[in-house]
Design a protein. Structure first.
Lengths: 113, 117
C-alpha cells in the first residue's frame, strides 16, 4: 500500500513561477522525504523533514509539514526549465523499519521556457 | 566517487527466461533495496536487505529472487514466474540511523529497464 499520495498528479507552469506540490499520508512518521526523478533516471534525494519540524529550506526549495493534518508541501520558487521532473514524497515510519519507507505516485512538473 | 551502479541499463528478455540485474554500491551502506516502477506510478518494494546473507520480502516479491553475499552487492533475478516483468527497476541503499533503524535518505542507482519480448 502507498503511504504518501501527491497532489496534483501533473503541474505545468511558466519559467519563473513558483510550483507547489502536496503530499498526504496516513500513519505516524519519523520523517518525510522528497525526491526528484528526471525522465528515465534514478531518484535523487532533495530534502528530509523530521516529524518535530514544521518547515525546512534548501536553496529554492521550501518544505512544510503538518503532522496534525498528515500532510506536507514542497514549494519550488523561481522555477527553471531544468526543474522539469517527477517529484515524489516518501514517508519513513516512526518504527524506523527499513521495509516501510513508502513512496507516493508522484507529481509530474513541467516548466515551460 | 561513491555511489550505486546498476547494470545493464536496458535488458530484453524472452518469455520463459530468467534475467539478473546487477546492483553494486561503494557507500558502505548496510541496507539495500530493489524497487519496481511502472509508468506513471510510484515505487513498489520488491526485496530489501539489512545485512549480508539476510534479506526480506517486500510488497511484490513473487517471481523475483535476490542474494546478498557481499555488503556491496545485491543482485535481483527476475524469474520466469514473474508474469508481467516489463518495468523500470531501481536499486537503492541507505545507512543505519540507529540499531535496526533506517530512516535516512535513500541513494538510488540510475535504473535498469527490462522489456519482455
Amino acid at each position: 500500500s502507498q503511504q504518501g499520495e501527491e497532489d496534483p498528479q501533473a503541474l505545468s507552469i511558466q519559467e519563473g513561477e513558483n510550483a507547489t506540490m502536496n503530499c498526504s499520508y496516513k500513519t505516524s512518521i519519523n520523517n518525510l522525504q522528497w525526491y526528484r526523478q528526471n525522465s528515465g533516471r534514478g531518484l535523487v534525494h532533495l530534502i528530509l523533514i523530521r516529524s518535530n519540524e514544521r518547515e525546512k529550506h534548501s536553496g529554492r526549495l521550501r518544505v512544510t509539514l503538518d503532522t496534525s493534518k498528515k500532510s506536507s508541501s514542497l514549494l519550488i520558487t523561481a522555477s527553471r526549465a531544468a526543474d522539469t521532473a517527477s517529484y515524489f514524497c516518501a514517508t519513513a515510519p516512526s518504527t524506523g523499519s527499513a521495509r516501510q519507507l513508502t513512496f507516493g505516485s508522484g507529481t509530474q512538473l513541467t516548466v515551460l521556457p | 566517487d561513491g555511489g550505486i551502479t546498476q547494470s545493464p541499463k536496458y535488458l530484453f528478455r524472452k518469455e520463459g527466461q530468467n534475467v539478473t540485474l546487477s546492483c553494486e554500491q561503494n557507500l558502505n551502506h548496510d541496507a539495500m533495496y530493489w524497487y519496481r516502477q511502472d509508468p506513471g506510478q510510484g515505487l513498489r518494494l520488491i526485496y530489501y536487505s539489512q545485512i549480508v546473507n539476510d534479506f526480506q520480502k517486500g510488497d511484490i516479491a513473487e517471481g523475483y529472487s535476490v542474494s546478498r553475499e557481499k555488503k556491496e552487492s545485491f543482485p535481483l533475478t527476475v524469474t520466469s514466474a514473474q508474469k508481467n516483468p516489463t518495468a523500470f527497476y531501481l536499486c537503492a541503499s541507505s545507512k543505519s540511523t540507529g540499531t535496526g533503524m533506517y530512516t535516512g535518505e535513500l541513494f538510488f542507482g540510475e535504473g535498469s529497464r527490462l522489456t519482455v519480448l
